[in-house]
Write a protein that binds this ligand. Structure first.
Ligand code: ATP
Length: 233
């Protein structure tokens, strides 16, 4: 459903992604793993139009124009890491912001109910300033905000970052549930073990290139770690 062909992207004259050709299957959870600086976040930024790209991004067979508004309108939604919530706004105001694409403004109440159903703690804290949430709650809010726009593809950046293991478990249970409900998910994750626990497909990135693409069930963790930690040639 989502595909990149020879995707190149970077910042100014620095190229970070080198000709990435990747496929993301509909209804599947695809994990992108790789060390710091591999270009994982840049890939999500390119997919959501936040950095310009060369090459092609195809969504449901059509070439996407690289403008953020087109991509959000088409249903590609990025969930940034949890610290990127609007701290001075309440939880519910943050959620309202997620419903900005035109196609999802009509049913705000139903969208809020769905998000609060998935994250009861956000309902309890709906009037609280987002800046006062714990790390785990802020991550849930970032995910909830993404879900408010009824995404066709949810692109989640490092949901485990800085969270205690017990909270990571909770966040990943929700991610697994979203997958079961049929959401197509692209997940960036440094913690390979956690990523493999929920993923259908895995891509390992290093130095802006893909070193391995496999169904998660076939991944040999030792080999993955060898590639992950290998010294630059
Ligand atoms: P991490 O897990 O550390 O976030 P990553 O795999 O997500 O790593 P990116 O954040 O995509 O990697 O960064 C890839 C490369 O792009 C790095 O070398 C980084 O320094 C560079 N980079 C990232 N953002 C910018 C920017 N705004 N301007 C210039 N270079 C950048």
């Amino acid at each position: 459903m989502l595909e990149t062909r020879r995707l190149r992207a970077g910042y100014g004259h620095i190229t970070v992604l080198w000709d990435l050709s990747l496929r993301f299957r509909a209804g599947a959870l695809t994990a992108i793993v790789g060390p710091n600086g591999a270009g994982k976040t840049t890939l999500l930024r390119a997919l959501t139009g936040l950095v310009p790209h060369a090459g092609e991004i195809l969504f449901q067979g059509e070439r996407l124009v690289s403008r953020t508004s087109d991509l959000a309108g088409a249903g590609l939604v990025m969930v940034p890491e949890g610290r990127m919530v609007f701290r001075d706004m309440s939880v519910e105001e943050n959620l309202h912001l997620g419903a900005y694409p035109k196609r999802c403004r009509g049913d705000l109440g139903a969208s809020l109910d769905r998000v609060y159903g998935l994250f009861p703690r956000l309902r309890e804290r709906r009037r609280q300033a987002a800046g006062s949430l714990s790390g785990g709650e802020a991550q849930m809010l970032a995910m909830g905000r993404g879900l408010m726009s009824a995404p066709r593809v949810l692109l989640i950046d490092e949901p485990s970052l800085g969270l205690a293991p017990v909270i990571v478990k909770e966040v990943f249970e929700i991610i697994a549930r979203l997958k079961q409900e049929g959401t197509t998910i692209v997940l960036i994750e440094q913690n390979t073990r956690v990523a493999l626990g929920v993923a259908d497909d895995v891509h390992l990135m290093r130095g802006g290139r893909v070193l391995l693409s496999e169904p998660a069930a076939r991944v040999d963790l030792d080999r993955l770690h060898d590639l992950y930690f290998a010294r630059e040639a």
